[in-house]
Design a protein around this ligand. Structure first.
Ligand code: MG
Length: 266
């Protein structure tokens, strides 16, 4: 894994802070009846305000600024002017931007209106899995410690993790080594070192772990049609633990509080 200097970490912090600030804005705007294309336009407008470029648009041909994945859609959903959010849906917003060549990448899943009890439980479990993954991202640990921590939480709650997609190194490109699986994978022996930067992103299904790609060639959905949730934070490894890059510097080792993930921070 690539070790980043303090000035590089500052740029990564800026990119991730802008990304999460945008996600928090979007999460406050989500309401029944709005189209997923409107969320995409709002994300693009917020980046423009900051004068920075989106990370996903054009990436391998992805057509939008924001990935919007509703209910059984896991990740990589394409915003559409024809898709309207309905009360009781859950919607994953995954999003990145680039500051001076350095990437931010984060995601949240939010309910549309009041969540159903089963959706609320799934969102809770996925956030808890992200927190556990972040807590395991300590110097000296192998990358596999993250997947072990994530899958322990998810399986204890009776859900399953997606295996085909996962976290990743991030820095001067959106996706870099190492792959950060959300399941036990003893092959992931790369050691986490201070200055290394990774995105941790559990994708959790209410039913089975199997997924497939829709005919639009982007949207990943659960094979059994069950609900899926997704939370992501990019973190830098420090001597004390993970620094959640969207947060102010010097908070390595602190855990993510619910408010900061869910975008309810005022
Ligand atoms: Mg990512």
């Amino acid at each position: 894994m690539t070790v980043r200097s303090d000035s590089e970490l500052d740029k990564l912090h800026q990119a991730n802070a802008i990304t999460v600030e945008t996600l928090e804005r979007l999460s406050r705007e989500v309401e029944p009846g709005m189209t997923t294309a409107r969320l995409d336009r709002m994300a693009a407008a917020n980046l423009k305000r900051h004068g920075v470029r989106p990370a996903f648009k054009g990436y391998r041909g992805f057509p939008a600024t924001l990935c919007v994945s509703v209910n059984e859609e896991v990740v990589h959903g394409i915003p559409s002017r024809w898709r309207r959010l309905r009360r009781g849906d859950i919607v994953s917003l995954d999003f990145g931007c680039i500051v001076d060549g350095y990437y931010g990448d984060n995601a949240i899943t939010v309910p549309v209106g009041e969540p159903t009890p089963e959706a609320a439980r799934l969102l809770d479990a996925t956030e808890e899995a992200l927190r556990a993954g972040i807590a395991a991202a300590r110097p000296g640990n192998p990358v596999s410690a993250i997947g072990m921590a994530v899958s322990d939480v998810v399986e204890r709650r009776g859900y399953s993790v997606v295996r085909e997609y996962g976290g990743h190194g991030i820095g001067t490109s959106l996706h870099a080594d190492p792959f950060v699986p959300n399941f036990r994978d003893p092959r992931q022996t790369t050691k986490l070192v201070p200055g290394g930067v990774i995105a941790i992103e559990p994708m959790v299904n209410r039913g089975g772990s199997a997924v497939r790609i829709k005919r639009d060639r982007w949207t990943v959905i659960t094979r059994d049609g069950s609900l899926s949730a997704h939370f992501e934070r990019s973190v830098a490894i420090t001597d004390d633990g993970a620094w959640i890059l969207a947060e102010p510097r010097g908070r390595g080792g602190e855990t993510l509080d619910d408010a900061s993930v869910r975008g309810r921070k005022t």
